[in-house]
Write a protein that binds this ligand. Structure first.
Ligand SMILES: N[C@@H](CCC(=O)N[C@@H](CS)C(=O)NCC(=O)O)C(=O)O
Length: 320
């Protein structure tokens, strides 16, 4: 991580922990929105090249949320994407030649942390993805995926190609409740299990994960979507964790009571979402495997498992 703008020690997955060994995720530092006059300039075509860039890792579920939203809204020509290599280096996320990543020659920096220090030379914290980068002002405007979803949904609404609202007013309360219900116990729950440094913290997280998956299985045996009768932000938030579960979390994070494949309704839901190009095209199974299994603290010899073989790989015949 960075301390007063200087990169410290080797990269370590555990960000913060409490006295009982529970993993604590850091909160995001840059939380600006895109101002209305800039959106007007974007509509008027005043920028020769896209003003904003989205820096992501395909391994990262939080970053993938923002990629899916960008594709669903058809914002590709306004928000350019830059992809780091899946493996975290000793200096954090890095650009390079891994297939599907952005080579160093296409970005102004070699490591993600350099974008953080260009924005704030005294930055202290982790250099996480996703990042929304303002190319004109050469600074990060936001590094919180939930905000970036809101920016795409609300601030950039006039630029949407598809008439879609991922957080429609009538469902706002339910969406918040659903997101809240799955964040701690599932989205972050798998990380709490994987990065726990005590058996107690691991067991708590493991129980939360499977209690939530059981609840979701019951929900999807009666409902097509997470909330209401249409696709919402909650589906994106759930999808990014489900699609990584059997591939990485089940093995590496030891959340191994059941696979998603063992839940019929959740499997059918996952399969349905994978038929939507925005979900399928932003899921890179090779990055997910290579990335998670490169976390040295959890997998010291770095061997990436050959399996699993999953039914939904049929949607990726060429690239899995
Ligand atoms: N609050 C952030 C969390 C993002 C996050 O934790 N990203 C992870 C990858 S999934 C990361 O970049 N970790 C690098 C690090 O911790 O050094 C968000 O949701 O945008």
């Amino acid at each position: 991580m960075l301390v007063n703008g200087i990169w410290e020690k080797r990269w370590d997955p555990v960000q913060k922990q409490d006295k009982q060994g529970r993993f604590i995720r850091q909160s995001s530092a840059f939380r600006e929105r895109i101002p209305a006059d800039v959106v007007e300039a974007m509509i008027a075509g005043e920028y020769k090249e896209p003003r904003y860039q989205l820096y992501v890792a395909y391994i990262c579920p939080w970053a993938t949320r923002t990629l899916i939203a960008r594709s669903l809204f058809g914002l590709e020509s306004h928000i350019e994407v830059k992809v780091v290599e899946p493996q975290l280096s000793d200096y954090g996320w890095k650009f390079g030649d891994y297939p599907g990543s952005t080579p160093e020659s296409d970005v102004p920096v070699q490591y993600m942390h350099e974008l953080y220090t260009q924005t704030d030379s005294q930055y202290t914290g982790r250099a996480t993805v996703p990042v929304l980068w303002d190319r004109l002002e050469e600074r990060i405007i936001n590094n919180e995926s939930a905000d970036i979803l809101t920016i795409f949904n609300e601030d950039l609404k006039p630029l949407h190609k598809e008439d879609l609202n991922l957080s429609p007013d009538p469902f706002l309360i339910e969406i918040d409740e659903f997101n809240e219900r799955i964040y701690h116990s599932l989205n972050n729950g798998v990380y709490r299990a994987g990065f726990a440094t005590s058996a107690l913290a691991y067991q708590e997280a493991y129980n939360d994960v499977f209690e939530t998956l059981d609840w979701l299985e019951a929900h999807f045996s009666k409902n097509e979507y997470a909330v209401g009768d249409q696709l919402t932000e909650s589906d994106i938030r759930l999808f990014v964790t489900l699609v990584r579960f059997d591939v990485a979390y089940y093995g590496l994070f030891k959340t191994n009571k059941k696979r998603i494949t063992d839940y019929p309704a959740l499997s059918a839901y996952l399969d349905q979402l994978l038929q939507i190009p925005a979900f399928r095209d932003n899921t890179k199974v090779d990055h997910i495997k290579a990335g998670y299994y490169s976390i040295q603290a959890l997998n010291p010899n770095g061997i990436v498992p050959e399996g699993p073989e999953l039914p939904w790989f049929k949607w990726f015949k060429e690239d899995v």
